[in-house]
Design a protein around this ligand. Sequence first.
Ligand code: IVH
Length: 679
Amino acid sequence: MDKSTIITQMRQLIQLIAQHNHAYYVMDQPEIEDSEYDQLFHQLKGLEQQYPDCVQADSPISKVGGQALSKFETVTHTVPMLSLGNVFDETELYAFARRIEERLAQQQIQYDVELKFDGLAISLWYENGVLVRGVTRGDGETGELITQNVKTIRNLPKVLYADQQAVPELLEVRGEVLMPKAGFLRLNAEQQAKGEKVFANPRNAAAGSLRQLDPEVAASRPLAFYAYGIAQCVPHHGLETMSESLDWLTGFGFAIGEKHFVCDSIAAVQQIYLEINQQRPDLSVEIDGMVIKVNNLQQQKQLGFLSREPRWATAYKFPAIAALTTVEQIDWQVGRTGTITPVARLEPVAVGGVTVSNVTLHNIGEIHRLDVRIGDTVSVYRSGDVIPKVERVWTELRKPEQIYAPVQLPSHCPVCDSPVVMPEGEALARCSGGLYCSAQRIEAIRHFVSRKAMDIEGLGDRWVESLLHLNLLDSVADIYQLSEHREQMLQIDKMGEKSLQNLLDAIEQSKKTTLGSFIYALGIRGVGESTARMLANCFQSLDALKAADIDALKRTPDVGEITAEWIYDFFKAPHNIEILDRLIAAGIHWDAPLAPSRQPLNGQSWVITGTLSQMSRDDATQALQALGARVSGSVSSKTKCLVAGEKAGSKLEKAQKLAIDIMTEAEFIAFIASHNAGQ
Ligand code: IVH
């Protein structure tokens, strides 16, 4: 190969890696599997090794390792953040205990047994009781300064106070940041509703959220902190044991694991380990084992460290919850935005108490990586105790007489038969049928009629399916033609005159909307509710948005390069334009949004808290957004004003502390009314 071809290839790889870094770290929405990302890396590395004189100055290869990302400031840990050794079974646990007993001959030994959180380790510094810095573990020696993000974690004390104990001058607390399971499921449901990528497990979700450069985004994520140790304390706390230090930390308001134990013997440790492994699905957070520590702090000191691990502690990992089963079929599912996702249909199998019969294989790249084929034996585990995944394919169990055909990406959509496309550099294949595809259509219609979109109450899934069946709903535009098909609709099971009239009335009412809701209803990839409103505010009219080029789209807050391209492509597709024209012709209309020059709250950040009695929170949010404000979930020094309803709690306190403007609901209603009167 000639030199210029090599350099072109390297440049392409560098660009792809940069693009995926952005998607992963900044947008928090990885577009490819980790394994595919590694593959890109690998390719570039290979080229660089083969052609060292072509290495590009901005190559990411030399910058990688456990190092901190360049976007956050790097900090050196005063006390290094070390790792733990592992034991995996009873024999290894006893060996761990024997090594300790030999070093502490003739001493009584107690063990402190804690949950091993599966999140991200961080260090927190408090000076005279005030949280002054938060740092990630990084490579253990240096980490990233993420104080702003850490301060958005709700259950973490920002200021220490206690009735019973003195606040130290300096306190460095170590612990783990996690996303509790309930919050993880909620976040994923929201991501899905926005048409955005869901997180594979709580750990990834927590990692992505902590690394958010925008603390407002981090604040909107349900993170929690659990303390498990003290790295420094001046003056010394004078405590004698690990379990006392945990209690002492709770005295300052730190959360610790929902369970911890002190055991007098290693046999008791083993017993606890077995019990907690059973209870694991019922815990509120993800754990991957237990941590066993010598309880006495003096004894810990005496034992010390062996290279980078303490001799006084170990992780006792749980076996992965996995089970063997066979792949009966691989189906391809079509999502709202046309993504075609392979799903393996399994012979049902119990995994950690739950029956699993379907498992997503994510994309064709993952199928090739695993080399999974119909008929294969696979081990399935529940990642994060929640989502089942294929761990590995047991190719050695393939029967010689059986044929295992490699899985191919279908060339045509299994639902509408349109060609399947897979743009270069993307991991996901898509049906190119757009709204012609009934699978995409049903999802698109569901989204279009949803409350925050066109809000057509009564057009539930059942009706939608029946209408599709009668060929009355080819696209969302047909919704507004339904009144011409009364007779046919009355044929639908359980559709009486009254329910039909209610439905048609709801459809009629939905014609009056807002530009933001309409844009959201279109279901453009990457455009959630708040992005839709931003677009409405910035572009002011549908025509201006339709005509916008990528640069103009990118200037909208919240819209990055990739989303800008998606929006651009949406408005370039002729079938989308045809549907838009029909919708407008049917009479969908809205009041023109206020011009940015007349949006009095442009650029301001507002927060709503407590219960509002006269209006819904959604309406209040919309009213603020229409005036140009951004509505955020947490109070910070940047907050312009807090609207405090009944039973306002910690946000109100915080706003008072920060001397931020506060409005009661009545004041807020008067405020909005005065602005709207002046339009
Ligand atoms: S104590 C000297 N306690 O496990 C290290 N670590 O493999 C003392 N971890 O990165 C660590 N739960 O983030 C400790 N209850 C717990 C823990 C815990 C999770 C993590 C920690 C560390 C990793 C070590």
